[in-house]
Design a protein. Sequence first.
Length: 161
Amino acid sequence: MNADDLHAVMVRDLRALAREVSAYPSDALLWQEMPGITNTGGNLALHLAGNVRHFFGAVLGASGWVRDREREFNARGIARAVVVAEIELAIAEVDRVIPALGAATLAAPFPVEVLGRRLPTARFLMHLCSHFAYHLGQIDYHRRIVAPASGTAGTMSLTEL
């Protein structure tokens, strides 16, 4: 993995996340709780934006931004436009930080321990991509459950890579 590949995947997936959030027919449906589903689409979207802003922006890019993980999972009723604005901030962090990652940084241990592990940066960033895709799929299914007629949002498009 190199920085260009990582950048292409992260920007594609963040744009897909913004489309998913925008594809909910109403702000209320973004936050609709469903039996058997732990998180709403809104909570997962905030979680993904926060995750990117924390690990890419704050940790690798020294932005100084402080994550509020509890808010990511407890917020309710935030307008779709506000959630999309948070995703746009995450895209800006990816655009700022990833192109500056060289081979030495990617091979070095990630700057902080995560869940008791200290992985090489490239491996941890691949994990973040996989984590992102997992939750992006959950958001797509949540949206299709709460709004069956909302159709596709065009996630995971190869043409965007």
